[in-house]
Design a protein around this ligand. Sequence first.
Ligand code: ATP
Length: 225
Amino acid sequence: MTALLEVSGLYKTFGTGEAATRVLRGLSLTLAEGEMAALLGPSGSGKSTLLTILGTLMKPTSGSYTMLGQDLVAAEDRALTEFRNRHIGFVFQFHNLLPDFTALENVIFPTAVREGRETATARARGRDLLVRMGLENRVNFPSANLSGGQKQRVAVARALMNQPELVLADEPTGNLDRESAMQVMELIAEINRDEGTTFLISTHDEKIASLCRRQIVVGDGLVTG
Ligand SMILES: Nc1ncnc2c1ncn2[C@@H]1O[C@H](COP(=O)(O)OP(=O)(O)OP(=O)(O)O)[C@@H](O)[C@H]1O
């Protein structure tokens, strides 16, 4: 098993003094390349905090974090932005699609912004991903007119656009009915199997978690199971 990422002795405290909230208290975790893991734990246990740190959107108060051999605690903001763009995809509970843009435009938008233009290659990859997500007849649909499950599948396609090694999903099915949730999870499992993309998916739903090969439980700021 090759480790994709490793965090060790991770602490995160918000605020100071009496108002301090100690969310992570020495948490350690290793994710291997190609894993599909669920992140479980009570509300407020720090799942989103951990995902935000793993996504390099926030630094821990202390502790180490390496991914693909790079020290992401020591790295400066610019290097982190570059690293994140190349290696990490995000899916959120609220899909954050641009409503006036089509499904395809939403998928390729982050890449187009980064590259300063919209290339034919990006359009082709975006279209392919939407087809894989079962949205071939919704490619040019304004995203405002898509169903919740369809929007979330567009968000998964967008997260995969840059072929990231890691996709972090924060309650990606939290807003969906059972059938749409299962469909999104099946597509994630398919991408995980076929492309070896590593997924870490936070959820409150045991049924969704059981679709992942590994369950990681967070409690009291540590991994408890
Ligand atoms: N920016 C912040 N400033 C202060 N406190 C924060 C901040 N972000 C999170 N917290 C606190 O940290 C704790 C953990 O929050 P977090 O969102 O990580 O939990 P969670 O496990 O994802 O919860 P849920 O399952 O309800 O989404 C909570 O008590 C929250 O209020």
